[in-house]
Design a protein around this ligand. Structure first.
Ligand code: FRU
Length: 470
């Protein structure tokens, strides 16, 4: 067994048993059980040989590894990889649509259909007619053609495929079908503008589109596949004649790590989202540790009256809480009786002129530290990981996001889990990063703006995969 307790391996975020993980796939609550499939390379800690790994949960936060669920077929139309896809219920049959990749040059990438009759969705039968769409739409010069979002309207299935139209921008190409096997191309669901750069870019091609309705409002999430910065954006707006007319847009997570999220509606009718938290360290470091990638905590999506897509941590994350830690704070803000690298901190500050926030994963001399703060003078949230690690193989960044709190206070909820930092601001906005401190004392905590703190609570957190710890 590899060492699953190495210093950077998160404890309460899902990671692969070993080797590589990227996008969450096929998120579904099936017969009560939550399923998390994910892009997985069983043969190494870097991307390649895409299979679907599999974990299940009864409560959305404690998970159990299951065997690999989906593998490429030698000589088949998915011989070079089973890329990302979605799971859904087709007349009581668990069904997935995923992108099968045929050749070693990673082309062509085409939609593939499979079904499962296993109550735990451990095995899948691929449809003999795969791929179910042979070519991208004629007459369109597409940039990419992969990843799927699927929904049903009046008994008809709709499928959006991640793409981009050359010279225009990222898009989702919309198809429809009654049997999931024969698909008719309709039109783009919406087309982005590749020339847009401010306030952020949406790029030339969209991966992992995710179209949904929450309480009658429509939203789309997509991951821009252009080189850095890799944004994950949302658009909300009017859905008319099978087109999304966006009226609001923003970032799903302002940090440098979250990518290719997927959401699903669970049995409680909530829209639950999980995203991949990419590594921010060198390939060599990932290979040396023998694993790569983590999943975000589950987040609940809502669409506000003004069309803003909000994400809050799922209430179930509280089930991971263990003991509370004492919040005694010295004059310089250092927590004198609490340390930890697998903790949750909830801090509410009253707002004045100076910055408020938290230092986490901080050494006593602050040579290593991760800063989460709000600057009321510039009205910006800051996640600064530039000094998180003395290791040159770890990539720090400073993320700034404009934010105007609606009240007199701001609440920072910071999940610290070894190399994972997930920040929620007022339980509406998320910023996620990855940090790789080197020193044993990099588990210190400090408050920025001790005179402004209205409330502070800290919990130790338990394991997401208890069985792995033996
Ligand atoms: C996004 C992505 C998807 C693709 C998968 C391959 O991270 O590139 O577009 O299906 O990963 O692993």
């Amino acid at each position: 067994m590899p060492d699953t307790r190495d210093r950077h391996r998160p404890r309460y975020h899902v990671t692969p048993p070993q080797n590589w993980m990227n996008d969450p796939n096929g998120l579904i609550q099936w017969q009560g059980t939550y399923h998390l499939f994910y892009q997985h390379n069983p043969f190494g800690a870097l991307w390649g040989n895409m299979h679907w790994g599999h974990a299940i949960s009864r409560d959305l936060v404690h998970w159990e590894d299951l065997p690999i669920a989906l593998a490429p077929d030698d000589g088949g139309s998915d011989a070079a990889g089973c890329f990302s896809g979605v799971a859904f219920d087709h007349d009581g049959v668990a069904t997935i649509l995923y992108t099968g990749v045929r050749d070693a040059d990673l082309e062509p990438q085409r939609p593939h259909l499979a079904t499962s009759d296993d109550p735990l969705l451990r095995t899948w039968t691929k449809h003999p007619g795969n791929p179910v769409i042979a070519e991208p739409p004629a007459g369109l010069e597409v940039v990419i053609f992969r990843d799927h979002t699927v929904w049903q309207e009046d008994g008809v299935w709709y499928q959006g495929i991640g793409s981009g139209i050359a010279g225009q921008g990222g898009t989702v190409l919309l198809y429809r079908s009654t049997d999931l096997v024969t698909w008719e191309y309709l039109h783009p669901l919406v087309v982005g503008d590749a020339t847009q750069t401010a306030p952020f870019t949406t790029g030339t091609g969209w991966e992992c589109p995710d179209f949904f309705a929450i309480d009658g409002r429509h939203g789309l999430i997509f991951a821009s596949h252009d080189e850095h910065p890799l944004n994950v954006s949302w658009m909300t707006g009017d859905y008319r004649e099978h087109r999304l007319i966006p009226t609001a847009t923003g970032l799903v997570d302002a940090g440098p790590s979250l990518y290719a999220p997927q959401s699903f509606t669970d049995d409680q009718g909530r829209r639950v989202m999980i995203g991949w938290l990419r590594e921010r360290r060198s390939d060599d470091a990932q290979v040396a540790d023998g694993w790569s990638g983590a999943m975000s905590l589950p987040r609940i999506l809502t669409i506000a009256d003004d069309g803003t897509l909000r994400s809050a941590p799922a209430p179930e994350n509280d089930l991971l809480r263990g003991d509370t830690l004492p919040t005694t704070t010295s004059a310089d803000g250092t927590l004198t009786e609490a340390r930890g690298d697998a903790i949750e901190i909830v801090a509410t500050f009253t707002l004045a002129d100076a910055s408020v926030g938290l230092l986490v994963r901080a050494t006593d001399d602050r040579a290593e530290q991760t800063i989460v703060r709000y600057d009321p003078t510039t009205q910006e949230l800051v996640l600064d990981t530039t000094r998180a690690s003395l290791d040159v193989d770890a990539y720090g960044t400073e993320t700034r996001l404009a934010y105007v709190p609606t009240g007199e206070t701001i609440t920072l909820r910071v999940y610290v889990d070894r190399s994972v930092i997930e920040v929620f601001v007022d339980d509406q906005i998320a910023l996620s990063g990855r940090v790789y401190p080197t020193r044993d004392d990099a588990d210190g905590i400090a408050v920025i703006g001790t005179d402004r703190i209205a409330s502070l609570a800290i919990w130790e957190m338990g394991d997401a995969l208890p069985a792995r710890q033996g």
